[in-house]
Design a binder for this molecule. Sequence first.
Ligand code: GLU
Ligand code: MG
Length: 443
Amino acid sequence: MSARLTPLPLTTLVTTDLTGITRGRSFPTDELEHYQATGCGWVPANSALTPQGAIASSSPWGAYGDLRLIPDLASRVTLSNGPDADAPALDFFHCDLRQTDGSPFGACPRTVLRDELQRYRDQLGLQVNAAFEHEFTLHAGCAGHQPFSLQAQRQAAAFAGWLLGALRAGGVEPEMFLPEYGTHQYEVTCRPTLGVAAADRAVNVREITREIGRQMGLDLSFAPKTHAEAMCSGVHLHMSLLDLAGQPMLYDAGTDNGLSNLGQHWAAGILHYLPALCAFTAPTPVSYERLQPHHWSASYACLGQQNREAALRICPTVTLGGKSVATQFNLEFRAMDATASPHLAMAALLIAGRLGIEQRLALNAITDEVPDSLNDEQRKARGIVALPASLAQALDCLRDSAALNEWLPKPLLDSYHALKTEELALTEQLSPADLCEHYARLY
Ligand code: GLU
Ligand code: MG
């Protein structure tokens, strides 16, 4: 007599790689104990995968070697009972890549972020609180899309309800789902959280959004621009610094813009290194279709008070009802999109901010105007520089940045340059419109 076959629930160990794509391996959930401490196998050359799915020909890893995906047990996401009652549960753990003896692997973006957060604690006595806001395109209805309208909200209402329910169940602490300016464009925001979990949370937002889309048969994309006429979709990273007791450190009521001394040096560091940082935060050729003036994204390295054309924005605070300004006060980094690895981009920004603090860099690159409307002299006087106009330029800035090359592990940089060089070659023949459509399918 043969037993009746039933599908096994599976659990996946995942790494979100240098291209921001989440990859991993699955096992039967009832064998979790077996995988908890020593994880499962992984391959070094996977660190040189392009978003197009090819391992870069100049990958530093060749065909050799083995790694482990070691689960962070606190990072589990489990979702069952979604809109498709027959869909298998989604169950995964974020992992660090390690060598088979447990020592760190130099090209693991999650380890790089964890190490930098440790420097913040040890050297600066600071913790980092962060939230990633995601915009995306969702084909939820066939009618037109009035920006920010109730009609657009209603077209996506079933999706939105499932999504926020799933995000909450996944521990993501969702805040809002909103129709955006562009046709079929929406945004989802979640509450900030401390440390590595903030970047994990960005991955959870992307993967849970995709999962709900898949279960409802809806097409969606997080790509920065999905077709030639589309409004762009950004990822805005809100960050604040706390001391080790949890007290907010960015705010000082006595300064012009509310930024504390520490906050000014930190912001100055991010702006100083921004052209090179773009290689991580705007890391694909299509990212530069978005990083242009008058896109409410960013095209110059400057800070603005509530200025949506500035790469770094001091966010509004609400004093209604006696709310504390200091606990709300945060900086929003806008020169980022969802083709970035959240872990790597956040780590690189934090390195730059730390160097700003250590080098006591002065914050001059401030404007509340559209930076494009200032003349060259005005921009020069404030040290406002243009961001790279292409991925190739951003990668050159990264190659020239002694500081970022010192603070990021060489194996990670070698993998990154190899895969980005390959990606540039694979896409060089594409027109801007074709680039948009190409990346819309990949992200
Ligand atoms: N869609 C814009 C971007 O690409 C942002 C608009 C907004 O401020 O929400 O970043
Ligand atoms: Mg938005």
